[in-house]
Design a protein around this ligand. Structure first.
Ligand SMILES: [Mg+2]
Length: 270
């Protein structure tokens, strides 16, 4: 079986370009009226408050709540005494248009080929189902997945093993997880007994020329691991994760390399 992270791997969701700008603009109007801030400055400040509220929840161990954008946005609106109220699921649906959402190259063709080979595919994402399902449906990718595992269903989030284990049925010979966030998708998947396939889109020359299974042990990968670890939005939320334990089994630069990885992994266990 293969599990997939969504954002940064299969899809670009509409939060950054559609949902958040609209929400921040409307909540920001209160700051514009009350303290005479420029609309752009007010909007940026609201975005910062939204990110901080999510981070605060992660650090408090309220992992699922850290991805509840309706509740986070309501908390921020109340904090600045804005009367604006939102239905984020409806907002996501509104922005599911080609200007705001897209799939990554080779997503549809790779998923089609994997499923035609009888490999079970599942989603393991930290985005709530109501926010992710419309995007995957809009992109025509939803039907490839029987199981679509999200935090509010399981009561925990990546990087924790339970969310990965919820995707496992029976005893699959090969268990791969494909993702781009080093703590969630590489460290977490490894801890859960999956072989992590790390998506790194801007691989430098020498690494790019190697096979996906040759890349992880190269010395120059240490730098990539450290960089990815330090740029995580909240590494302090997972004190047990150490950068040296975030080593992928495979590194791919795009989804066109995934089929070769699957064939290699199947040969290994055969
Ligand atoms: Mg991701």
């Amino acid at each position: 079986m293969i599990t997939f992270d969504l954002d940064g791997v299969l899809q670009v969701n509409p939060f950054r370009r559609g949902v958040f700008p609209e929400v921040c603009g409307k909540i920001g109007e209160t700051l514009v009226e009350e303290s005479g801030q420029e609309p752009r400055t007010a909007s940026k400040r609201v975005m910062k408050m939204i990110r901080e509220e999510s981070r605060r929840r992660l650090l408090a161990g309220a992992y699922v709540d850290a991805y509840d954008w309706d509740d986070i946005i309501l908390t921020v609106a109340k904090a600045v005494e804005s009367p604006a109220r939102f239905d984020i699921e409806q907002s996501v649906i509104k922005y599911c248009t080609p200007e705001y959402i897209s799939s990554y190259p080779y997503a549809a063709s790779t998923l089609a080929e994997l499923s035609s080979r009888g490999i079970r595919l599942a989603v393991v994402t930290n985005g709530f189902y109501k926010y992710q399902n419309p995007v995957m449906t809009g992109l025509g990718l939803r039907h490839f997945f029987d199981d679509f595992i999200t935090p509010e269903m399981i009561g925990t989030v990546k990087p924790y093993a339970a969310i990965y284990q919820a995707a496992v049925k029976g005893e699959p010979s090969v268990c791969l997880h494909v993702g781009d966030t080093i703590i969630h998708d590489v460290w977490g998947a490894d801890q859960a007994g999956f072989e992590p396939v790390w998506v790194v889109r801007d691989l430098a020359g020498d690494l790019a020329d190697l096979k996906p299974w040759e890349r992880p042990t190269r010395p120059e990968v240490e730098v990539l691991m450290r960089k990815a670890f330090d740029s995580d939005s909240c590494p302090e939320a997972y004190p047990e994760a150490r950068v040296e334990d975030c080593r992928a089994a495979y590194i791919i630069k795009d989804l066109s390399e995934l089929l070769a990885v699957v064939e290699y992994a199947q040969r290994k266990v055969a």
